[in-house]
Design a protein around this ligand. Structure first.
Ligand code: HEC
Length: 114
């Protein structure tokens, strides 16, 4: 194949690669609830959801966590603070079962030993 033909295939290659990339980097959503939209806006500006989904914290710890994030720059309406803390502590409290991380496609389905 000539160089020019290879070049013509470039957009197709890029499209396939970007689709595969998008598939392998699926980011889970925050749980449904009255604060889902606001929490997604305020809390995924600097990091994605998984850092939140894997927490198992008491209400006191969530209070500290949300206040710390606000101090670090999270934009939370003061009126929403308490509701947001309730949303996180009822969604990701200490009694929730252990978080199971979503593995990348390469190792998905295989048993991962600790
Ligand atoms: C201004 C940027 C920013 C925003 C907005 C933000 N965070 Fe963070 N968050 C950070 C940084 C930086 C870390 C530390 C990341 C690390 O340790 O790798 C972090 C870490 C965390 C952690 C892991 C525990 C910890 O304290 O390190 C949790 C849970 C968390 N954020 C929750 C939230 C929640 C809930 C919100 C929304 C109220 C939020 N974040 C918004 C910057 C932000």
């Amino acid at each position: 194949m000539s160089r020019r033909k290879y070049l013509a295939l470039l957009p197709v290659t890029l499209l396939v690669v970007s689709c595969l990339w998008a598939q392998s980097t699926h980011v889970p959503e925050l749980p449904a609830g009255p604060m889902q939209a606001k929490a997604t806006t305020a809390c995924t500006e600097c990091h994605e959801t998984r850092i939140i989904l894997q927490q198992r914290l008491s209400k006191a710890a969530w209070t500290k966590e949300v206040d710390k994030m606000v101090k670090w720059g999270a934009v939370v309406d003061p009126q929403d603070r308490d509701v947001l803390i309730d949303y996180f502590s009822s969604s990701f409290g200490v009694d929730l079962k252990e978080y199971v991380p979503d593995r990348s496609a390469r190792v998905r389905g295989k048993k991962v030993t600790k």
